[in-house]
Structures are given as structure tokens and as C-alpha cells.
Design a protein around this ligand. Structure first.
Ligand SMILES: Nc1ncnc2c1ncn2[C@@H]1O[C@H](COP(=O)(O)OP(=O)(O)OP(=O)(O)O)[C@@H](O)[C@H]1O
Ligand SMILES: [Mg+2]
Length: 230
């Protein structure tokens, strides 16, 4: 579904992602790595928000290396950034409707599905998104991306800083989104234990360089340490 060939990207002439080859299919694929490893940089590059300085990015058989972010979204890549990822001055409903600007399926049908997945935000549909809690904001950001009917969802640390109960609930939703809606997921995550519970395959980034890709079921502490270079 998504293939990268020797991609490099970074900021102001500094290369963060260093010649990465990646092939993600119909699966939940976790990208682990310490603070500063390059997870956000990688996801922003895949979402076309950062330019590739080298290499190629392919999605569903098309070269999308140079397309703009809205084209990438229209082709089926949904992106939930690490920060809240909401429009604070819009209501919950208005935030969700922004996602529905892409795609042709009935807006109300999509809304019903998102609210069935995240009932808590349905109850707050008329609240300004800027007044939501951290966990509620994450659900709205994820709901907005799902309103786009994506084929691939990029989730950047969706549970960082949230309470254990919320974390467990959100990881259940990740599995549900994949299994029930058929959406492939790339999940950037610090929480290796939780990521290994939901992922099919994992990779560890360390200073922008990738470890071997491992089946989640085969991951051992030693292999993880090797990936983290500790
Ligand atoms: N806008 C920017 N300008 C310059 N350097 C940046 C910028 N954003 C990130 N970096 C640098 O790129 C490197 C990778 O950062 P990135 O945010 O991708 O890491 P991360 O793995 O997502 O970390 P975290 O787990 O803390 O979110 C870091 O060294 C960071 O300082
Ligand atoms: Mg990050």
C-alpha cells in the first residue's frame, strides 16, 4: 500500500530521516523510537507536510513523492498529528465536518460511524473543540481523519500524556478501526508494550535510521534494545 524508497527528509538542511526503505501493507505498523528519533518527522513526510530531499514515496501504486498534502489526503492518507490536531475555534461537529470535505459518501453516514466509535465526542458535538480535554481532543482529531474515509491512517503518539484507562480504550479503538473499517495504520509510539499489543509489525527508529522490520509476535527485548541502540 505504502512504499518508500531511500527517502530522506529533515529541516533547514539537516537530514533527520536517513535513506529509509519501508513497505507497509494492510496492517497495523508501529514505528517505535525514543524522543527525537524522527517518528514525527517520518509521519509528517509520509503525510507530505515535509518535502522529501531524496527518494520516492509510493501509495497505492502511484508516485506521491511531490504531491501536496491535500492531494495526499484526497488519495486516502489520513494524518493525526502529535499535537492536538484540532481547530480550537470550531465546534466538535464543525471539526469533524472538515474531514468530510474529502470523499463522496454521505456526511451524516460517516458522522454516525465516527460517533459510534467515539461516543464521548458525540455527547459534546456542540462544544468548542478548544475547550475539550486532552483525551477528547485526540478523539476529535482521529475522528476528523476518519471522516476522510482514509485507506491509511497515520497516528502520531495518540495517547501521549493520557491516563491509563484512556490509553487502553484508545488502543482498542486502533484495532477496531483496522479490523472493522479495513484501514491500514502507521502508529508512531513511545509505549512499546501497548504498540506490540496492537501492531502486526514494528520497526524502531534511532536517530532517523530504521531497525529491521519485525513481526510483533517475534519481538524480543534484545531485538528492541538493538533497535533502540541501548
Ligand atoms: N521544526 C523543526 N526544526 C528543526 N529541527 C526539528 C524540527 N522538528 C524536529 N526537529 C528535530 O528533528 C529530530 C527528530 O524529531 P522528531 O520530532 O521527528 O522526533 P520524535 O521521534 O517524534 O520525538 P518525540 O517522541 O519526542 O515526539 C530532533 O532532533 C528534533 O530536534
Ligand atoms: Mg514526535
Amino acid at each position: 500500500m505504502l512504499d518508500t524508497k531511500g527517502i530522506c527528509s529533515g529541516y533547514h538542511g539537516v537530514t533527520v530521516i536517513k535513506s529509509l526503505d519501508l513497505s507497509v501493507g494492510h496492517e497495523v505498523f508501529a514505528v517505535l523510537g525514543a524522543n527525537g528519533a524522527g517518528k514525527t518527522t517520518l509521519l509528517a513526510t509520509l503525510a507530505r507536510l515535509l518535502p522529501l530531499t531524496e527518494g520516492e514515496l509510493w501509495f497505492a501504486g502511484e508516485d506521491i513523492s511531490r504531491v501536496s498534502p491535500w492531494v495526499s489526503a484526497a488519495k486516502g492518507i489520513g494524518y493525526v498529528p502529535q499535537e492536538k490536531g484540532i481547530f480550537p475555534g470550531l465546534t466538535v461537529l464543525e471539526n469533524l465536518f472538515v474531514g468530510a470535505m474529502i470523499g463522496t459518501r454521505s456526511r451524516d453516514e460517516r458522522l454516525d460511524e465516527v460517533i459510534a466509535l467515539f461516543p464521548d465526542i458525540g455527547a459534546r458535538r456542540n462544544q468548542l473543540a478548544g475547550t475539550l480535554s486532552g483525551g477528547e481532543s485526540r478523539m476529535v482529531a482521529c475522528g476528523r481523519a476518519l471522516m476522510q474515509d482514509p485507506k491509511l491512517l497515520l497516528l502520531d503518539e495518540p495517547t501521549a500524556g493520557l491516563s491509563p484507562k484512556y490509553v487502553d480504550n484508545f488502543f482498542d479503538k486502533i484495532r477496531e478501526i483496522h479490523q472493522n473499517r479495513g484501514v491500514s495504520i502507521i502508529l508512531a509510539e513511545q509505549n512499546a508494550t501497548k504498540a506490540l499489543e496492537v501492531a502486526d509489525r514494528v520497526m524502531v527508529l534511532s536517530l532517523g535510521e530504521a531497525s529491521e522490520v519485525m513481526d510483533a509476535a517475534d519481538v524480543t527485548t534484545d531485538k528492541l534494545k538493538e533497535g533502540y541502540r541501548i
